[in-house]
Design a protein around this ligand. Structure first.
Ligand code: HEM
Length: 399
């Protein structure tokens, strides 16, 4: 383990990647006024009980830390909604974002992967993130939604402004800098909303064969999505399409670089690709933390959490919990079953998981076809994203 940490310069804030974690599965961080849940069974409890552990984290964030309601609407922001509204919204959006819609993308994902790799190889060098792992999922989600993928420099600007902030938010000791940071993230948010609202309005006038049209027209029990909810769901898809599969692809290549014997195995038997993807999701969990809030006092992992507390639940460390995964620091695609929590669990289970898995499988197969061996450049060390809640590389050069 120490080997990998040193070789890839894994940031210290990703403490669960540095070997066994000391401490309790549930801990209070007085500095920032939040609870942290790190253990696997404790995460299962939290994610399985939305009545006690609400996804609406905004309700416990002091008003002074929040932008004014007229500046910012979380309406229809599916990851923040509890039952019964969540079920209704999920049914509506699932009726547009179906498994068939995703499965039909396979040939396009393969063609795009080849195109992007051809372009990089013509330039003579491949930096996996910039040349493939970033543009591939962005182009796929833009085409699926029906917004021009040529606008992707704009999307990147917005996504970077929202995600690349590594400052920790503190509820107990807010700083001026923190408030300025929250205000600064509103501008890209508004720009993105206006952009997607324009496209959604256009689809209402002139329907097309795209997901945005399906969202505008989706109907459950005679009800359609209000405009603001269409826009907010499209924002989630556009942002999710940006960073998640990018992290998955980079992380999977890193795993096969770090464990060359596993690369040999999967090269010899491509049936193993899906298991490699799943183990990569466990080993380097892209979304290392998720937010929840307590609606009432709760017992968890032997401690009592009062009502109305903000909780960070950490799939990253939970996926390394030795109570659930024997030898958690070993990359072993042979784990069967592999009940990792990288896509969450329960009612909010990732809606994009089939798309992420498909993109991962197609791109990895093509990378294995075109690069033998698939190796990082030892003279140009990989660079991890600094955000403590996200695990992914932002530069990975192949030899
Ligand atoms: C490796 C890639 C991905 C990872 C690791 C990931 C992870 C997650 C996790 C952990 C959740 C649960 C959040 C919670 O419980 O609070 C989630 C939800 C969600 N994800 Fe993903 N995701 C990935 C890719 C995608 C993609 C590609 C899309 C769409 C294009 C997507 C769309 C969504 C949506 C819409 C939800 C909300 C579902 C709900 O609240 O009911 N995800 N994702």
């Amino acid at each position: 383990m120490a080997d990998i940490v040193e070789r890839y310069n894994i940031p210290k804030q990703h403490f669960w990647l540095h070997g066994p974690r000391a401490g309790q599965p549930v801990e209070y961080d007085a500095d920032i006024g939040m609870w942290n849940v790190y253990g696997y069974p404790e995460l299962q409890e939290v994610l399985g009980d939305p009545a006690t552990f609400s996804s609406d984290t905004m309700r416990v964030i002091p008003k002074s830390l929040m932008p004014a309601a007229e500046e910012f609407s979380m309406e229809g922001f599916i990851t923040q909604i509890d039952p019964p509204e969540h079920g209704k919204l999920r049914k509506l959006v699932s009726s547009a974002f179906t498994r068939k819609v995703v499965a039909d993308l396979e040939p396009r994902i393969a063609a795009l992967t080849h195109e992007l790799l051809d372009e990089a190889q013509e330039r003579g060098q491949l930096e996996l993130v910039t040349d493939l792992a970033y543009p591939l999922p962005v182009i796929v989600i833009a085409e699926l939604l029906g917004v021009p993928s040529s606008d992707r420099a704009l999307f990147k600007q917005w996504a970077d402004a929202l995600f690349q902030r590594d400052a920790k938010i503190s509820l107990s000791k807010p700083t001026e800098e923190q408030n300025a940071d929250i205000q600064a993230s509103l501008r890209p948010w508004h720009e993105m909303s206006a952009y997607l609202a324009g496209h959604a309005a256009e689809r209402k006038r002139q329907p097309r064969a795209d997901l945005l049209t399906r969202l505008v027209e989706a109907e459950v029990d005679g009800e359609r999505l209000p405009d603001v909810q269409v826009v907010n769901f499209a924002i989630i898809l556009l942002l999710a399409g940006h960073i998640t599969t990018t992290m998955l692809l980079g992380n999977t290549v890193l795993c096969l670089d770090a464990f060359p014997e596993q690369q040999d195995k999967v090269r010899a038997d491509r049936e193993l690709v899906p298991a490699v993807i799943e183990e990569s999701l466990r080993f380097f969990t892209p979304f290392a933390a998720l937010g929840r809030s307590t609606t009432r006092e709760a017992e968890l992992g032997g401690v009592t959490i009062p009502a109305d507390q903000l909780i960070m639940v950490w799939p990253g460390p939970a996926n390394r919990d030795p109570r659930q995964f024997p030898n958690p620091d070993v990359f072993d695609p042979g784990r069967d079953p592999n009940p990792h929590l990288a896509f969450g669990r329960g009612i909010h289970f990732c809606l994009g998981a089939p798309l992420a898995r498909l993109e991962g499988r197609v791109a990895l197969n093509i990378l294995l076809d075109r690069f033998n061996p698939l190796r990082t450049d030892p003279n140009d060390p990989v660079d991890f994203m600094p955000a403590p809640t996200m695990t992914g590389v932002r530069r990975l050069r192949l030899i």
